[in-house]
Design a binder for this molecule. Structure first.
Ligand code: 2P0
Length: 322
């Protein structure tokens, strides 16, 4: 009873930061993302009566906190499918884990996809997206490729496809400015923001308008409008983070310098915008013809340790090879 799956991280252009009360891990704000192609998680799940508990190896290492988080996800799958076997889970990433590169998004969407395949579970994509969301809300979005929406008007939301990557083949440059794991994880950080940031209510009140504007920009393939709303959503989220007590300062010097360079590029006519998550990496979104321009504009910045180019990619899927 084995399943192998691959999923890729997604980058939110309209951000999720904060959860609704009542458990079930429903975001307090709708979000809109693009799924990447070049970064991936591959996960193998094997259910067997031989295991006395779930065993988890991620990037060749075992960690009890990660094991428990994976086991809780598998508990939800066991509950949905009526199966009660424990599993051996192996997972690997081709990029740094826990450093603001959305490893939990690709990780939990790959885990749910592999586990459902191993159990031959009769769960459709919406059900799998909900199961992924319960473990990590951004993982609901990595179930799908291209441009993806996670609205929160339903009580138990699943991510929905907005536009296929082939219909608007944008490119992303991931500027890595640190490979250290972040000091405060997203789940803890967003709970602290909701409890302590004076800006949190304004953030949740205004997110629906950003989501609507971004959705319209994607459906019209309107780069300038998508750039404006994406940078605004990113900076608003970081405004909430900076006003959290204690402050969540995820940026470093290189992060700030890339922001300036990308804004300068756009003012000179290059279609490019930045977005930044709970970490110091900057993702620059552009069109294929401008990838080299953007790379040249940011690669000499002190502190930029790597630039990973990526097209937009597909959603989580079963694969043959681990
Ligand atoms: C996002 N982030 O929309 C936002 C922007 C980080 C900043 O979703 O608590 O790992 O597991 O649901 O999904 C990262 O948070 O959080 C995230 P949980 P998750 O991409």
């Amino acid at each position: 009873m084995e399943g192998i799956a691959q999923a890729q991280p997604n980058i939110a252009l309209v951000k999720y930061w904060g959860k609704q009360r009542g458990g079930n891990n429903v975001p307090s704000t709708p979000s809109l993302s693009i799924t990447l192609d070049a970064l991936w998680t591959r996960t193998r799940v094997e259910f067997s009566g031989a295991h006395a508990r779930d065993l988890v190896v991620i990037n060749d290492k075992s960690d009890e906190a990660q094991r428990q988080r994976v086991a809780r996800c598998l508990d939800n799958i066991r509950q949905s499918t009526g199966r009660d076997l424990y599993a051996m889970v192996e997972s690997k990433n081709n990029f740094p884990t826990g450093a603001g590169l959305a490893s939990s998004a690709s990780g939990f969407s790959a885990l749910v996809t592999a586990a459902c395949a191993a159990l031959d579970a009769d769960l459709d994509r919406d059900q799998r997206s909900r199961l992924a969301r319960m473990s990590s809300a951004s993982a609901a979005r990595s179930m799908l490729g291209g441009f993806v929406a996670l609205d929160v008007t339903e009580t138990d939301p699943a991510a929905r496809a907005l536009l296929d990557q082939r219909d608007w083949p944008l490119e992303v440059l991931v500027a890595v400015t640190s490979t250290n794991a972040k000091s405060v994880g997203s789940t803890q950080g967003m709970l602290q923001s909701a409890a302590t940031s004076a800006f949190y209510a304004a953030w949740t009140d205004s997110a629906g308008d950003d989501f609507t504007a971004a959705r319209r920009a994607v459906l019209r393939r309107d780069f300038q409008s998508l750039a404006d709303v994406s940078e605004a959503s990113c900076l608003k989220m970081h405004g909430v983070m900076l006003t959290t007590k204690p402050a969540l300062v995820y940026w470093n010097g290189a992060t700030v310098e890339i922001i300036h360079r990308v804004r300068a590029l756009r003012s000179q006519g290059t279609p490019a915008f930045f977005t930044i998550d709970a970490g110091p990496q900057v993702k620059v979104v552009t069109e294929a013809a401008f990838v080299d321009n953007v790379r040249q504009a940011i690669e000499d910045i002190p502190g930029v340790v790597d630039i990973v180019p990526s097209a937009l990619g597909a959603g989580a899927r079963v694969v043959d090879e681990f």
